[in-house]
Ligand binder design. Structure first.
Ligand code: ATP
Ligand code: MG
Length: 591
């Protein structure tokens, strides 16, 4: 079950071209898959893989996913869907200290909410890298036995010093040529907890003079006495990411392992490792291939789990789902739809060079997705009372209420109409009244006429002020026979139309008005302290009024509040009797 395709034909990109040419050449044929990941021995008797390609989305469960991960999810799950393949959700949990089951659940929620699923034909493809620790351990032993790995007992400092530089080759470790049996015994002792953290590591034995520093005998296992969220204290050695990741891909029969550009320099090690493990009979062929694409950099946003974690733990935001955060949970709570994120991912596409995407691109996708869906409603965010002085003459009684209605959606009459009441008193925006109107101001000022949207034309006669001179009440008179939708209503021409909420049936509401979290477009570029550009005014809470239909909405429902923008009923705090709305975005960018 995957998210529906939003366009009939997708623009091509270099990854699609690679997949199409691989499918055409037949180089992926002959892959066996046992229904579960496995090494060469386990896969030898397995049937041919029915999935035409396999991709994976491999987050480390050390935080909540963000908008950059959304790009990767849409890419990996989208390619699998489009080419008759399967995408695995792999929790890459080889680094125990910062990982947690809470994050695992948040990752599942985010992927599902985005509209993707790792269950294909009733088979779940959710995998944990930690389930492969035994296989990884034996792969490491196979490398040691064949002279391709050794236990190095140099100090961390000496190792760093001997690694060389971009211009100078490295220096061989004195332990590099120790007998395999010696390394094997030491490696087993490391596993058994007989050596201290940092006292020794297992290294691949490749080439200390390689121009690619990643090939200068990279560390593949280190000692870490850390409790793992799944394996507990069973292991006190953990594989390095660069060793674990290719093996995970091979065990899962991934065909196209898609990662971000920083890993380009790791690709030679990826291929070295898998090639040797296949030769040694540990892993089955054909082997996976790594391809790199440019990560998403979005203006005014930081996309690093570590930095997002800092914002959360230091209390700069209210939690991982704070609507100001670019986490999927935060965007969702802010009112971003899954469709908007998918549309955004599609519009930005994939490329091989890093670039910054303007936040307006994300907001554009958001508005395009919300516009046809969001019901319309009126809301007053900065309320000022308007009193219609001649209401009793008009309506026969000062307490009389007139039923008004407006379409739920202006372009979808089938969605029906929403009802609300007009009476003697109503709420308007404070900014819609000016005693001394600036040039070009067409709304309420003494002597001017405006239309109350879906209601009458009214003529302003003045305002009441409190002791401090602040306007507390605007007075107007209804112009007879101007009720919207009645014959002759347009005979009286006005230049301004204002939105309003009836005092009788309006519901008091809280509005959480969010702004950018950072004032700088590239808050963390060049290693800058991103906390220095936090926007002190990223949240303003306003108390106002909304029409009854909006108050009654279920939490999580999006609206377009006329003139104000898109809002969502807060998923946690909204209730019909005490509505809470988050501003998702304004109607246009840059206002
Ligand atoms: P972070 O630094 O935020 O922790 P990461 O890359 O370490 O990011 P992982 O959990 O390892 O996070 O990422 C899972 C997948 O998501 C990886 O394949 C990674 O390439 C991809 N990914 C992470 N950030 C971005 C981004 N900004 N744009 C595109 N893909 C991303
Ligand atoms: Mg990371």
């Amino acid at each position: 079950m995957q998210a529906p395709d939003s366009t009939a034909s997708k623009p091509s990109n270099f990854l699609r071209q690679i997949i199409e040419s691989d499918l055409a050449s037949g180089c992926l044929d002959g892959r066996r898959y046992a229904g579960v990941p496995g090494d060469a021995r386990q896969l030898a008797a397995a049937p041919l893989d029915a999935a035409r390609i396999r991709t994976r989305f491999p987050p480390e469960p050390n935080g909540y996913l963000h908008i950059g991960h959304a790009k990767s999810i849409c890419l990996n799950f989208g390619l699998a869907r489009d080419y008759g393949g399967v995408c695995h959700l792999r929790l890459d949990d080889t680094n125990p200290e910062k990982e947690d089951a809470e994050y695992v659940q948040a990752i599942r929620d985010a992927v599902r909410w985005l509209g993707f699923d790792w269950v294909a034909n009733g088979v779940s493809h959710e995998y944990f890298a930690s389930d492969y620790f035994d296989l990884m351990y034996s792969a490491a032993c196979a490398l040691i036995e064949s002279g391709m790995a050794y236990v190095d007992e140099q100090s961390a400092d000496a190792m760093r010093r001997n690694r060389g530089t971009l211009t100078e080759p490295g220096v061989d470790s004195p332990w590099r040529d120790r007998p395999a049996a010696d390394s094997l015994r030491r490696f087993a002792e490391m596993r058994d907890g007989r050596h201290a953290e940092g006292s020794m590591v297992l290294r691949a034995r490749i080439d200390m003079a390689s121009p690619n520093i990643n090939l200068r005998d990279p560390t593949i296992y280190r000692i870490k006495f850390a409790e793992h969220h799944r394996t507990g204290s069973r292991w006190c050695i953990y594989p390095m990411y660069t060793f674990a990741h290719p093996i995970e891909d091979a065990l899962e029969r991934i065909t196209h392992s898609i990662c971000t550009l920083e890993f380009e320099d790791q690709r030679p090690f990826y291929d070295w490792l898998l090639g040797h493990l296949a030769e040694l009979g540990v892993l089955a062929r054909p082997l996976p291939h790594q391809y790199e694409f440019a990560r998403l950099n979005l203006s005014y946003v930081v996309t690093s789990k570590r930095k997002l974690a800092q914002l959360v733990t230091d209390g700069h935001v209210a939690g991982w789902d704070d609507p100001r955060l670019p986490t999927i949970a935060g965007l969702r709570r802010r009112g971003y739809s899954a469709g908007a994120l998918r549309l955004f991912a599609e519009r930005i596409g994939v490329s091989k060079s890093d670039a910054w995407i303007d936040y307006a691109t994300l907001e554009g996708a958001l508005r395009d997705d919300l516009d046809p869906q969001a019901a319309r409603a009126m809301a007053v965010l900065d309320p000022l009372k308007l009193v219609l002085l001649n209401w009793d003459e008009m309506a026969g009684d000062a307490a009389a209420l007139e039923a008004c209605s407006a379409p739920v959606h202006p372009h979808q009459p089938e969605r029906g109409r929403r009802g609300f009441k007009l009476g003697r008193e109503l709420w308007i925006e404070r900014g819609d009244y000016a005693e001394q109107p600036p040039k070009g101001f067409f709304r309420l000022f003494p002597g001017n006429r405006v239309r109350l949207k879906y209601g009458y034309v009214v003529e302003c006669v003045g305002a009441l002020r409190d002791a401090d001179g602040r306007v507390v009440e605007v007075h107007a008179r209804v112009v007879p026979d101007t009720r919207s939708g009645t014959p002759g209503a347009d005979a009286v021409k006005v230049k301004g139309v204002i939105t309003w909420v009836g005092a009788a049936d309006g519901v008091a509401a809280e509005f959480r008005l969010y702004e950018r979290l950072f004032v700088d477009a590239q808050p963390d570029a060049g290693g800058r302290d991103f906390l220095a550009s936090l926007n002190p005014d990223s949240l303003r809470v306003a108390q106002g009024w909304i029409e009854p239909a909006a108050a009654a909405a279920r939490p999580g429902t999006s609206f377009q509040f006329e003139r104000h923008g898109y809002f969502v009923a807060d998923a946690l705090d909204h209730a019909a009797a005490a509505p809470v709305f988050n501003r998702t975005t304004r109607l246009r960018s840059g206002v």
